[in-house]
Design a protein around this ligand. Structure first.
Ligand code: FMN
Length: 159
């Protein structure tokens, strides 16, 4: 399946993960500002960190407005979120939930939901029906788990 990954990253963590996933899936990787290219892909992966107190990563602010104007009908969509459950346990990876909410009714099929087991947080907009809406990575507190989480997720969504 032709896959495009679109990421927003302020200090490079999401960028690193997006590029790793890109290698593993043999997918094309773009910054969120290039989100108009979603038209070229059957499957898109949206990756964002969360900033402020539960805010979108900066690049996604404008990019999400553009994404909302796109015809996403029939596309497969997967989400990847970076956050810090230790310092921001009340808004852990909220950006994923914000983006999901804006596009969930556009005829997409979401894949790659993951269990919240093994994370310690009190609130997250990224939890939908008891699971995270996508892959959740915490480089601040659980970087030792990142490689395994990425590999498990790739196996789950398939190449
Ligand atoms: C000022 C500040 C605010 C943050 N706010 C949140 C937040 O609300 N929720 C969260 O899960 N992580 C939050 N984080 C953690 C970042 O999302 C995390 O460090 C992430 O790995 C950064 O990824 P990036 O380098 O790709 O932007 C915050 C970090 C900072 C420094």
């Amino acid at each position: 399946m032709k896959t495009g990954i679109f990421y927003g990253s302020s200090t490079g963590n999401t960028e690193t993960i997006a590029k790793k996933i890109g290698e593993l899936l043999n997918a094309d990787v773009f910054e969120a500002s290039e989100v108009s290219k979603v038209d070229d892909y059957d499957r898109i992966i949206i990756a964002s960190s969360t900033w402020g107190m539960g805010d979108l990563q900066d690049s996604w602010v404008g990019a999400l407005d553009e994404l909302k104007t796109k015809n996403l009908s029939g596309k497969t969509v997967a989400f990847v979120g970076l956050g810090d459950q230790g310092s921001f346990g009340d808004s852990f990876v909220d950006a994923l939930g914000i983006i999901y909410d804006e596009i969930k009714n556009k005829g997409i099929t979401v894949v790659g939901q993951t269990s919240t087991d093994g994370y310690d947080f009190s609130n997250s907009k990224a939890v939908i029906d008891d699971d995270f809406i996508g892959l959740v990575i915490d480089e601040n507190n659980q970087s030792d788990l990142t490689e395994q989480r990425v590999n498990d997720w790739i196996a789950k969504i398939g190449k």
